[in-house]
Design a protein. Structure first.
Length: 197
């Protein structure tokens, strides 16, 4: 038994999915141990800090993995795949609650460049608690796909191509969503007098 547990603890995520699809339940336990905390944090942020909804989403996510491990494409990254499922779970929630509005205006002004590093430097310099409170408040007002793109890029540290895969959209759409979000944040957080060049 100890040897089987050790086998799973040193296996890659993709190998664990192979074992799980072959009926080895301990592989699922290992995946849950590796991902439950980070996915709970993701759901908590995406679902407006509603802990109950986040817990429901987490349970739904791992239930899908346990029930349909054969849906995992071994040629893909497990990390990207699990975030894709999580993303779809959030999208379904927003659809159900009618939070996604019919008009989602893409603000993309190619003449105005957002200074990303100035925004991130600002976040590190000012009063952390107040900034985080205002940041979360502003993010919660955004359309879900823009909020998610921001969280994936700046809190989950995903690349543009990873975000495009998770959100199932072109990389250009991801860049546009990030640009829009940063412009909104610049405007809403101007109380802190950021120096944007």
């Amino acid at each position: 038994m100890v040897e089987r547990k050790d086998k799973f603890s040193i296996s890659s995520d993709e190998e664990l999915m192979f074992y799980l699809s072959s009926g080895e339940v301990l592989a699922f336990d290992e995946l849950y141990t590796r991902y439950n905390k980070s996915m709970m944090m993701y759901f908590t942020r995406m679902l407006n800090f509603d802990k109950n909804l986040a817990e429901d989403a987490l349970q739904d996510l791992f239930l899908k993995i346990a029930e349909f491990p054969e849906k995992f494409d071994c040629s893909r990254s497990f990390k990207t795949w699990i975030f894709s499922i999580a993303s779809n779970t959030c999208k379904n929630f927003y659809r159900h609650k009618n939070i996604v509005t019919n008009s989602q205006i893409e603000l993309y002004n190619t003449n105005t460049k957002v200074n990303e590093s100035a925004f991130l430097n600002l976040a590190n310099k000012i009063d952390g608690l107040e900034f985080r409170r205002m940041l979360e408040e502003t993010l919660n007002e955004l359309p879900p796909e823009k909020k998610e793109a921001f969280i994936l890029k700046y809190q989950e540290e995903k690349t543009i191509s990873e975000i495009a895969a998770i959100q199932d959209c072109p990389e250009g759409s991801v860049k546009s969503r990030l640009h829009y979000t940063l412009k909104i944040l610049e405007t809403k957080l101007n109380i802190f007098n950021p120096v944007i060049q």
